[in-house]
Design a protein around this ligand. Structure first.
Ligand code: ATP
Ligand code: MG
Length: 396
């Protein structure tokens, strides 16, 4: 049976002169995301993306599932198209939604008529179709105020479409309309959520991960790549830059006062992340920092780590409670992987009594014995760029 997916746009319809650019981006994104599911024609009309299977082989179930995680779509519905004719509309509802009506206690019909040439008005269409459905399904009564089920009829330019209740989309803005940013991705709960939240605002996300082999294991690296893969369900393919961090951590351990270890390490992370960001055209960094969660997440510590960076640092989780972050991690499907026990390099050489209220002068003094530039240059030489896609095999 022929079906079509209609994706409804949210905020982006409000963007005035940018509307065209937003729509073009969204159409490209949807087209690319539909590729694994076969041949689909993707076009936008009247603030709606139409995703139409072009042949019998197209995997409509897979496409429908994937459309739920495309940013820029506020709601979506799976429809049956039919001719713009009352008999054809009634027959389409009966064939496509009749079973749903058999199971429901009550229903109503809601019509949207964007084709103003169609001879009947919305209310008349709803009344006529609703009346015929009520006769055909006597166990399902009409309730226009609080129906258990709603049949939707949309009279649009090309055809009429009938569908049941719409489902919520991923929201946000189409990936790519908001530029590009570099997320510092650890294996924890927070940073994948941070990447998701900024990606949701239309930003193309790239990641950097600092890896301290053999202090952290190959599994820890796979875990991070797997987290990145899970986030690509929403943001499309991404690059993960894996940076060898062992030498820097050892140099810090050997040359700096213990209470500053974490802070100095984080300053290196930020500076290296910024250098890769600039090479790759990213205009901001993203971290999963959260005020007061650990010693390195006080205002003073953030000032000391932020001082090595001159582009914006986005910290979308800064004011959230852990429970709120966990809820999002669960929703986007990263939580289970994040809580696997493989250690992050942040747990290597952790000070017993970290400095929680450092000032910049003290930190700079604590790292004076290090040859920062040489260490950074060597780390940058080690960068491994890995492309991650949602349809790659899971790594864990
Ligand atoms: P997360 O759950 O994201 O690991 P966290 O609460 O454990 O965060 P920290 O370990 O202090 O916090 O790290 C703060 C932020 O620094 C992380 O959210 C992440 O953005 C970045 N970060 C930490 N470790 C790494 C790493 N090994 N590679 C890349 N970024 C890292
Ligand atoms: Mg961490």
């Amino acid at each position: 049976m022929k079906e079509i997916l209609l994706l409804k746009l949210g905020e982006i319809v409000l963007k005035g002169a940018n509307k065209r650019q937003f729509e073009d981006k969204l159409r490209q994104n949807v087209r690319r995301r539909m590729k694994p599911y076969g041949n689909f024609d993707v076009y936008i009309m009247q603030s709606t993306v139409y995703v139409e299977p072009e042949d019998e082989l197209a995997d409509v179930d897979g496409a429908w599932e994937a459309c739920h995680s495309i940013f820029g779509v506020v709601k979506l519905c799976r429809c049956r198209p039919c001719e713009k004719d009352m008999e054809a509309i009634y027959q389409a509802v009966e064939a496509y939604l009749g079973d749903d009506l058999e199971c429901a206690e009550s229903f109503k019909v809601e019509t949207k008529r964007s084709d103003k040439v169609f001879p009947l008005q919305s209310i008349a269409i709803s009344q006529e179709i609703g009346g015929r459905l009520a006769e055909a399904h006597p166990a399902c009564r009409v309730d226009v105020h609080n129906p258990a089920y709603t049949v939707f009829v949309e009279i649009r330019d090309l055809a009429a479409y009938v569908h049941g209740p719409a489902e919520p989309g991923a929201g946000g803005l189409p990936t790519g309309v908001g530029g590009r940013a570099m997320c510092l991705l650890s294996g924890g709960i927070d940073s994948p959520v941070a990447a998701y939240m900024i990606a949701k605002r239309g930003v193309e996300v790239e990641c950097v991960h600092f890896f301290s082999y053999p202090y952290t294991s190959q599994l820890a690296k796979d875990k991070v790549l797997e987290l990145a893969r899970l986030v690509t369900r929403f943001c499309g393919r991404m690059t993960v830059n894996v940076v060898g961090f062992t030498k820097i951590q050892e140099a810090i351990r050997d040359n700096c006062p213990e209470e500053y270890f974490t802070l100095i390490m984080r300053r290196f992370m930020m500076e290296i992340a910024q250098r890769i960001a600039k090479q790759d055209g990213c205009g901001a960094l993203i971290t999963g920092e959260n005020l007061g969660q650990v010693a390195s997440q006080t205002m003073q510590a953030m000032a000391a780590t932020g001082a090595v960076v001159d582009i914006p640092i986005f910290m979308p989780l800064i004011g959230m409670d852990k429970e709120e972050i966990v809820t999002i991690a669960r929703k986007i499907g990263t939580l289970e992987t994040s809580i696997l026990p493989y250690e992050d390099c942040c747990t290597v050489f952790t000070p017993k009594h970290p400095k929680t209220k450092p000032n910049l002068g003290q930190v700079e003094h604590a790292e004076r014995k290090l040859n920062r530039e040489a260490l950074i240059a060597e780390a940058l030489e080690s960068v491994e760029k890995i492309t991650v896609k949602y349809h790659d095999d899971p790594l864990l």
